[in-house]
Design a protein around this ligand. Structure first.
Ligand code: NAD
Length: 285
């Protein structure tokens, strides 16, 4: 099935960029959010982004106007999904909220619409049944910032159909992303599992006094050719987010206690780039 109309639900950090990316790449795109004021904020941000591209000579003002025209902000969920070929769920990371929303969406969207979740932690089989059509469901996992990061992970659920996955692979190519397929669902998918293994070792080395944060990052950057070491990457993601993920794993019995240094940073409000200080100091002006 060819995807022409895309609806994104949730206009937060990820959803706004996922939606604008689709609009920029030529898709008729609708964004909806249940929180008052979010859509106005996204419209202002989107205009700022497009104006910036025009100012830098990356697109013409006519192109920017065409993109704005095909990027719709719609408050009603029912109206937003009514004609969608692909619905991308990007709301808060709360399983019950996602399942409740997905059940509603499946009833309101066209019967043949593909529905995906951008969840980083919940695998397709934990949500697919809520839609009543698990063959049309998978995870389409973007990376932050979604406008710029070139990768998406397509996570195949036990009941996702090959046609659904084929349509998503083709969609990914059209939005300018390289797709990788997680052929059997697994917690953390591929990228976050690799990053988890790297950070676990980085914590071990720093907590036991083998090396400094700076030298461990330099090891990954210069020795492995990674663009950013583990600590710099965690500063970018937000140390509160990293802490919550570690704590949830510990509580679920699938991980060790969160590292002391991390806990101390979060308690002090040193959350990384967004607060101007984490493992490194940033000039946020
Ligand atoms: P966010 O909190 O920034 O945004 C969530 C948005 O969803 C908010 O604007 C909120 O008003 C809206 N919302 C909540 N419930 C809703 C509902 N029932 N209907 C409509 N809108 C609703 O969250 P985020 O960081 O953008 O994360 C969204 C999803 O993307 C999560 O599943 C997360 O795991 C995933 N993800 C996040 C990142 C990241 O780096 N932040 C990266 C990859 C994937």
């Amino acid at each position: 099935m060819e995807i022409k109309r895309v609806t994104v639900i949730g206009g937060g950090t990820m959803g706004q960029q996922i939606a604008l990316n689709a609009a920029v790449k030529g898709f008729d795109t609708t964004l909806t959010d249940s929180f008052p004021g979010v859509l106005d904020k996204v419209a202002t941000w989107s205009k700022g982004y497009l104006d910036g591209r025009v100012a830098k000579g990356k697109m013409t003002s006519e192109e920017a106007a065409t993109i704005t025209k095909r990027f719709h902000m719609v408050e009603s969920l029912e109206a937003a999904v009514a004609e969608a070929d692909l619905v991308i769920e990007a709301i808060v990371e709360v399983l019950d909220a996602k399942k409740e929303l997905l059940a509603k969406v499946a009833k309101m969207a066209p019967a043949n619409a593909i529905i995906v979740s951008n969840s980083s932690t919940f695998v397709p089989s934990s949500m697919a049944a809520a839609t009543g059509k698990p063959e049309k469901f998978a995870n389409l996992h973007y990376f932050n910032p979604a406008l710029h990061m070139d990768l998406v992970e397509i996570v195949v659920g036990p009941q996702s159909s090959p046609e659904t996955i084929k349509s998503l692979v083709s969609f990914a190519a059209k939005i300018g992303k390289q797709a990788i397929t997680v052929q059997k669902e697994i917690e953390g998918f591929i990228v976050n599992r690799l990053f988890g293994a790297l950070t676990t070792e980085a914590w071990f080395l720093v907590e036991n006094g083998y090396a400094t944060v700076e030298d461990i990052d330099t090891a990954a950057e210069k020795g492995l050719g990674h663009p950013m070491g583990a600590f710099r990457t965690m500063d970018l993601a937000g140390l509160d987010t990293i802490y919550s993920i570690r704590l949830a794993k510990y509580k679920a019995g699938t991980g060790a206690t969160p590292p002391k240094i991390l806990e101390e940073k979060v308690k002090k409000g040193e959350l990384g780039r967004k607060t101007g200080k984490g493992f490194y100091t940033y000039d946020n002006k």
